[in-house]
Structure formats: C-alpha cells, structure tokens
Design a protein around this ligand. Sequence first.
Ligand code: NDP
Length: 241
Amino acid sequence: MSRTAIVTGGTRGIGAAISKALHAEGHRVAANYAGNEEAAAAFRRETGIAVFKWDVSDFAACAAGVRQVTEELGAVDILVNNAGITCDAMLHRMTLEQWRTVIDTNLNSLFNMTRQVIEGMRERGFGRIVNISSINGQKGQIGQTNYSASKAGDLGFTKALAQENARKGITVNAVCPGYTETDMVRAVPQDVLEKSVLSQIPVGRLGQPEEIARCVLFLASEEAGFVTGSTLTVNGGQYLI
Ligand code: NDP
C-alpha cells in the first residue's frame, strides 16, 4: 500500500538512503532538509523525490512544513525522525549554544515533528514512526555529552510513545546506527577514524547508509506491526547491548 512518508534530513547521508528506499517501495516521500540548497536540488534531480525545507528544531516551522506536505502528498502515515547534528566539545569547554543546538535538533525535534502527525495517525488507526538514534546514545562518547544525551533521550521518547499508541495501530521504534559513511563521519580526521573507530568495529568497515535504510524500511512496513518500542542496533558489532 502506498503511503505518505516524511524523512527529516532526508536529502543527504543516511536520510537520503531512507528516502530512496521508501520511494522505491512505492511510497510518496517528502525529504526534509535544513538549508543545504545545492545538496537538496541535486537529490531532487537525481531521484525525483520532493524536497521540503524547514528547521526541525523550530516547532512552528515543523507545523507549517507538515501542513504543506499533507496538502501536496496526503496525510502522513510514516515519519522518520532522522535529522541530526554533532557539535562536539568536552563538557568543561562546551558552550550553552553547543549544548542547546544539539538538544534542539536531535531531541526536541522528535516532539516538534511527532506532535504534528500523531493525532492524525491515531484517528486513522495506522502509523509508523522510526527515530534515528546512535551508538553514542547507547554507550556515551568523549566530547559528545550533548549528542549522547540527545540520542539517549530519543530512545526514552521511543519507548514511552510506543506504549501510548500501541493500541492505535501505531508503532514507534528506534534504529541505532554505528559509524556510517556519510558527511558526518567524513568530518572525522582520517587518522582518528583508522585508529579509534575502524579498529573497534568487528566487521572491519564503516556501515553504508543503505544498510541503515533497509532496517528503517522493515520497521516502516505493514508487516512490522508487532515490533514496537524496540531499538535496532546496526553497528557492525562495535557495541553489543
Ligand atoms: P548528514 O550530516 O550526512 O545529513 C544530515 C541531514 O540532516 C541533512 O539532510 C541536513 O540538511 C539535515 N538536517 C540537519 N539539521 C537539520 C535541521 N535543523 N532541520 C532539518 N534538517 C536538518 O548526517 P548523517 O546521515 O550522518 O546522520 C543522519 C542521522 O543518523 C543523524 O541523526 C545522526 O545523528 C545519525 N547517526 C549517524 C551516524 C553516522 O555515522 N553517520 C552514526 C549514528 C547515528 P542539510 O543538507 O540542509 O544540511
């Protein structure tokens, strides 16, 4: 069955792979982005997937964005909260701005986005919400108190929301990727990547965005109706929970 899906941060990296996978499955996909017009335009050209710009850390912008998607593509049945950023610093050097930006983008965004679609999903008796957390929300990471806290918060949000909506045909799950080959990881210096990251991954390589997307596709499917409140760990064996 063809449904309307929103993928936040859906024009680059893991989000782009998720948008493409849902589109290939026959869904109407809205790929959201923050402001990288060049990447969004290239993605639109390459895939034919509709792109929509708004800031997921801004509640009013999310309301307007979801309204526009609903008008153009129909009521939203699948929401993938994927948009996320890092802004690393040791806590003793971290600024309030670094803390707030990451919490607003990675955690408050889940409220900002989900609040716009949850009532409609409850009324229609169907919904699939997939939240992209992180290995570093599970294990913590030096220099990432803001990021680790935001991503651990995503897991608590997932479990609570799953219970609230389990009787309404709505599933809520989280995916925790390990290090995956995107711009976010390309920003890590090569020597650090080799010494501190690759050596810690039992499969001996970074994950590919498509490998994360396949997991999201399953959780977003009609067939995954009995899977809710779960955390799917996809990290090449780096951290086993
Ligand atoms: P990228 O940096 O490659 O892409 C980020 C995407 O999010 C872009 O489309 C960007 O839009 C969008 N975005 C960023 N901020 C906002 C915002 N405020 N509002 C709307 N969109 C926004 O990230 P990845 O693909 O690497 O990461 C995707 C998710 O996976 C994130 O939540 C990340 O934390 C998580 N993750 C990633 C891992 C990795 O190794 N890559 C590991 C574990 C988790 P624009 O192009 O306009 O900037």
